[in-house]
Design a protein around this ligand. Sequence first.
Ligand code: MTE
Length: 318
Amino acid sequence: MIIKTEKTIPTSEITDQWVFQRRRTIIKAMMAGMLLPSAVSLASAGSDDPRWRDLQRSPYSDDTASLTPKRLVENYTNYYEFSFNKEDSSDLAQHLRIDRWNIAIGGEVEKPGQYFLEDIIAKLTLKEYVYRFRCVEAWSMVVPWVGFPLADLIKLVNPLSTAKFVKFTTLMQPDTMPKQRIKAMLDWPYVEALRIDEAVHPLTIMAVGMYGDILPKQNGAPLRLVVPWKYGFKSIKAVVKIELTKTAPMTTWHAFAPNEYGFYANVNPDVPHPRWSQSSERRLGSGYFMPRRRTELFNGYGEQVAAMYGDLDLRHFF
Ligand code: MTE
């Protein structure tokens, strides 16, 4: 059990160990004339990169909540390709190879293709998004992500009117992701999906960083989805493929236990998980004796997103 006191911390907290080591390697390689600047831009990003300095904060940011301490967000992770234990992935994920990251974008778009992440980032504006994040396991946190709206990425590839859903797929790298070597509970690769209106909603972002620096590997580097009004399992990590589809894709957790994990996965205190209540949550970093927080419908983002669900029966479409 983690017992820590909640406090406000600057987003540019201590540099992540992996980032620190990466920078040293990059600086050495540059000094040796081995790397061109374009090849290092994401890897050396973060507080050193002018594009990441003074990041504008999204108007959708929650400026009232205290940020969860970075070390908790980095050391308490769900990354089932590595481990079912939340404390293990921070070490295990360091073996992941994420250089020269390509994303295959296809399906119902005019411009399908392999896109180099660096080229995408160069075209889009990075901002800071301070979002509440609620896991289906009833813990929550507040994270300052760095990223761009998924809508901006989708616009780049000219979506067709036939696109009704967006499907996301995680990298397969079984030599570094131990659980991908066995059929352990979940089917690999990890897949998630959104309805197209959810995908282009301004709250939905693709994150490349957090706390003013690049994403740690265990938190989904170099590119992950963040959908703050849905349970955390929708926020898929290490995305290598984005497909716009005509029909609803099957998703990893829904396939595993359809009665427990719905396709929508909207945060909803009135729809309990079959094995536990969703009416309250434990904020990571709050003291053990602090009362749990009341969970809010759509994780408190109802004003922005409720209209998308109009007459949808949220108990049936959970
Ligand atoms: N993405 C992949 N590829 N694999 C995973 O196991 N876990 C999900 C989601 N994205 C997961 C994933 C779950 S269950 C949660 S709660 C969040 O990531 C956790 O994000 P965090 O570890 O950065 O807090």
